[in-house]
Write a protein that binds this ligand. Structure first.
Ligand SMILES: *[C@@H]1O[C@H](CO)[C@@H](O)[C@H](O)[C@H]1NC(C)=O
Ligand SMILES: *[C@@H]1O[C@H](CO)[C@@H](O)[C@H](O)[C@H]1NC(C)=O
Ligand SMILES: *[C@@H]1O[C@H](CO)[C@@H](O)[C@H](O)[C@H]1NC(C)=O
Length: 782
């Protein structure tokens, strides 16, 4: 729900949402990433990194003087439920007054950028400095009352945004400014264009009357549908009773955590469709019937969403046509990087053509593995010639274990949370010319504006850093970074980055600095047991902090364009780019630090639990690094074909030739047919003569296409393509090249969304981005 019109952008709503979606997406993946690529095993270019990685980060007591006095105090987290609501009402009243004043004092004749657009934009800067924190409490506060107040406050803000977006009187003046074509600096010109356009996109370009009323009615209904659809997903309660034998192979401690049956279900356990139950079952259950049942019934959950999905697609089509577009996709993509549905369709079609042969090869190998497995287990169910949807997670996992001997637990021993995070921040220091100073003790108190050091965090576990430019770049202040790493009652349960305070200029043209938070759910270390990260969790950390770095180093005048406030088919690029560092041998090595080297207690714990009599070397062995890297692309064509299925389905339902055609479309059949054609995996239809394509309704079971990724799912793939291009072109030979890192920081990250995103990339690369590196990385050289 990216709500951005009229210069007011409530980023947290959209950021929180897409981050949730990213987390879910990660779990939608087929399995671990993975065709081993020789190029990855070669040592990568000169890296000066390994030596300094072990130098600890500075804290404030040790920091040199130039890093001691941030020019802006950090926000304080001392709100009460009452103050949150009061503050929200105050912010809304102030913004409304700004708009009212403009309408009162300005006419179409006198309207210009300085008297009409600018005051609203500056008020928006102020608003986002305070409003994001107000909404942030619902994700991190330990106090339920405060979380509830935060949710309520956010609702008030959302309503206000909608009210503002419908103000004809303000639009009238904005429109007058747009007609005047004043000479403006590029960022201001972009702001005016985007503001103007968003009123029109919200229906104000339709003449008042029955058509506009119908448009408004549709928007209202679409918002209800979206809420209900998501609610149905959240509150879904389905599951299946299984006997423990039917779950043979599923990790015992997981099965032990399932609800036990009584009465007629005596002796059985209840498997829910929640991901932590569902995925391990599909990965480990030996019994194919069990996996099949789980798979099909999961695809049939939330059937009440089926009519809602259809209704939404029809209403979107109608609304787009009322606005004068050919279809909803054209409406949605116009202001994205891709610009037209044709660009997206061509992109997806090209990927599909190139990935299909890879998918076939992967299936053939998996099928071999399946035959062998069935033989070894003495199973004769006649299924050995088919590779089913419910086979994939199981054999993908088996392949990783057998062919790549990937032992996730052993690997994780080398990545304790504390040293990994320190190492990661060191990498960002070297690459981007940043300095992170942890604020501790009296220095923290000194920043609390007369309060206590604890006022500048929301929980005692939270670490806070002041972030600076390096000495040679002037040691200027950059912003604040928070790390909130461990689970708590009521806290957001995935890894995500939240903007806490947006940056941008104030009324006097003085720059205000950002504050950003990394919020995770890693188990808390104890003196006996450290928190250890699996490799994919290390990747997630880089990804999420990638959003954080974008948020910190952006330099825009308007918070509307700050950091991650970019178009959605671009926003994942910086974080996907940083994931690449986690697949470089030299970097993996220098980040590693076996936990037995952290303390004597841990050393003893290690010896006790492993039975070893001495601790291993501190750094991860090279064979283990090679094994991690060899899995990067295992079954990756199939993974990307799955993504393509979502993307192509999304585009198909949003680009009907006519409204009548859409009315006739059987969406469920389309979903299943496309899945079969694109992924090339067999579903239940392969088991019947009649080919029933209505065996499941996957479109009703995930939130993306209703919750903001409509005609936008392709964005995951396109930003992957662009980030891979940048990595190969600029960093692959020397990932720790600080000159290139700083160039990237200033040419790309710094711009946020203040420039056309495609031109940011073209300026940086010196050419248009292309798909070559993406295919090379996947092992497809064509
Ligand atoms: C600050 O850093 C120094 C040097 O690394 C260390 O000795 C000290 O314990 C740290 N202080 C705090 C409060 O973490
Ligand atoms: C708008 O304000 C800026 C800064 O005060 C000034 O430089 C510019 O000339 C003004 N533009 C117009 C059209 O008045
Ligand atoms: C977050 O951590 C808690 C406690 O370890 C765990 O119960 C929960 O399942 C985790 N959340 C997710 C989404 O994994």
């Amino acid at each position: 729900m990216s709500i951005d019109y009229c210069g007011i952008r409530i980023v947290l709503v959209s950021v929180a949402l897409f981050i949730t979606i990213t987390a879910i997406l990660a779990s939608l993946r087929f399995g671990a990433r993975s065709s081993p690529l020789l190029s990855y095993l070669k040592p990568s270019g000169a890296s000066t990194f390994s030596t300094s990685a072990q130098r600890p980060l500075l804290n404030s007591t040790m920091a040199p003087p130039q890093y001691r006095k941030p020019p802006q105090l950090p926000p304080r987290f001392t709100a009460t439920p009452e103050s949150l609501i009061e503050d929200t009402k105050r912010l809304i009243a102030r913004s409304r007054a700004v708009q009212d004043d403009i309408v009162k004092s300005i006419t179409r004749e006198t309207a210009n950028f300085n008297n009409t657009i600018l005051p609203v934009a500056l008020d928006d800067n102020k608003m986002s400095r305070e409003a994001h924190i107000i909404g942030f409490f619902q994700a991190v506060s330990t106090d339920k009352k405060l979380r509830d107040a935060s949710t309520e406050a956010e609702k008030l803000l959302d309503d206000f945004v909608i009210e503002s977006s419908m103000r004809e009187d303000v639009f009238n003046l904005v429109d007058a400014v747009a007609q005047k074509k004043e000479e403006l600096d590029p960022e201001s010109a972009r702001l005016l264009e985007k503001d103007h356009k968003s009123y029109i996109r919200n229906g104000l370009g339709i003449p008042a009357g029955p058509k506009r009323d119908r448009f408004k009615e549709i928007k209202k209904r679409l918002s209800e549908i979206s809420i209900t659809f998501q609610k149905n997903l959240n509150e879904e309660q389905g599951g299946i009773w299984f006997t423990p034998e039917e779950l043979d192979g599923v990790p015992e401690d997981l099965v032990a955590s399932f609800k036990k049956g009584e009465g007629e279900n005596e002796g059985k356990v209840w498997l829910t469709f929640k991901y932590p139950d569902l995925f391990p079952t599909l990965k480990y259950a030996h019994n194919a019937e069990t996996r099949k049942r789980v798979f099909i019934e999961n695809e049939n959950k939330c059937s009440e969403n089926v009519p809602l999905f259809r209704e939404a697609v029809l209403l979107r089509d109608e609304a787009a046509r009322l606005l004068g577009y050919e279809n909803h996709a054209q409406f949605r993509i116009e202001d994205k990087m891709a610009k037209t549905p044709k660009t997206v369709d061509d992109f997806l079609g090209d990927l599909r053509g190139r990935l299909a042969p890879g998918g076939k090869t992967e299936i053939a190998k998996l099928l071999e593995l399946k035959k062998q497995d069935l033989k070894e287990r003495n199973v004769n169910d006649g299924s050995e010639s088919k590779y089913f949807l419910w086979d994939h997670r199981y054999y993908d996992r088996l392949m990783l274990e057998k062919d790549y001997s990937l032992d996730q637990q052993k690997i994780s021993e080398y990545f304790p949370l504390s040293t990994t995070i320190q190492g990661m921040l060191k990498i960002f220091e070297e690459l981007f010319g940043l300095v992170f100073i942890e604020l501790v003790g009296a220095d923290r108190d000194a920043l609390a504006d007369g309060g206590k050091g604890s006022d500048i965090v929301w929980h005692e576990d939270v670490q806070v850093y002041s972030v600076w430019d390096e000495e040679s770049a002037g040691a200027e202040f950059v912003g604040y970074l928070y790390l909130d790493l461990f689970p708590r009652e009521g806290k957001y349960g995935h890894a995500a980055n939240f903007n806490v305070q947006s940056a941008g200029n104030d009324e006097n043209g003085v720059r205000r600095y950002p504050a950003t938070a990394l919020v995770c759910n890693f188990s808390k270390p104890t003196p006996k047991k450290p928190s250890l990260l699996k490799h994919d969790e290390v990747v997630t950390l880089f990804h999420e902090l990638g959003h954080g770095i974008h948020d910190l180093v952006a330099r825009t005048k308007y918070s509307r364009f700050h950091g991650t406030a970019t178009s959605r088919d671009y926003v994942e690029l910086p974080s996907q780019l940083l994931e690449n560092w986690c697949w470089e041998p030299s970097l993996i090595k220098s980040l590693s630090h076996h936990y037995s080297h952290l303390s004597t207690e841990y050393e003893n714990e290690y010896k006790e639990s492993s039975g070893a009599d001495k601790k291993p070397a501190e750094r991860i062995p090279s064979e283990m690094v090679a094994s991690i890297i060899s899995t990067k692309h295992v079954n990756d064509a199939l993974f990307n074909l799955r993504q393509l299925h979502f993307g192509i389905f999304d585009m198909t339902v949003h680009t009907p030739a006519s409204h009548e055609e859409l009315e006739k479309l059987d969406i469920t059949t389309l979903y299943n047919r496309l899945r079969n054609e694109i992924s090339q995996l067999d579903g239940p239809e392969a088991l019947s003569e009649t080919k029933d394509w209505t065996w499941g309704n996957g479109q009703a079971t995930f939130g993306h296409l209703i919750g903001g990724y409509d005609a936008g799912y392709y964005g995951y793939l396109s930003s992957q393509v662009y980030s891979t291009d940048i990595f190969y072109t600029v960093f692959k030979n020397d990932p720790m090249n600080g000159k290139e890192g700083r160039k990237y920081r200033h040419a790309v990250l710094e711009k946020g969304g203040s420039k056309e995103e495609m031109s940011i990339l073209e300026d940086f690369l010196g050419r248009k981005p292309n798909t070559d590196a993406f295919f090379k990385d996947l092992g497809i050289y064509k």
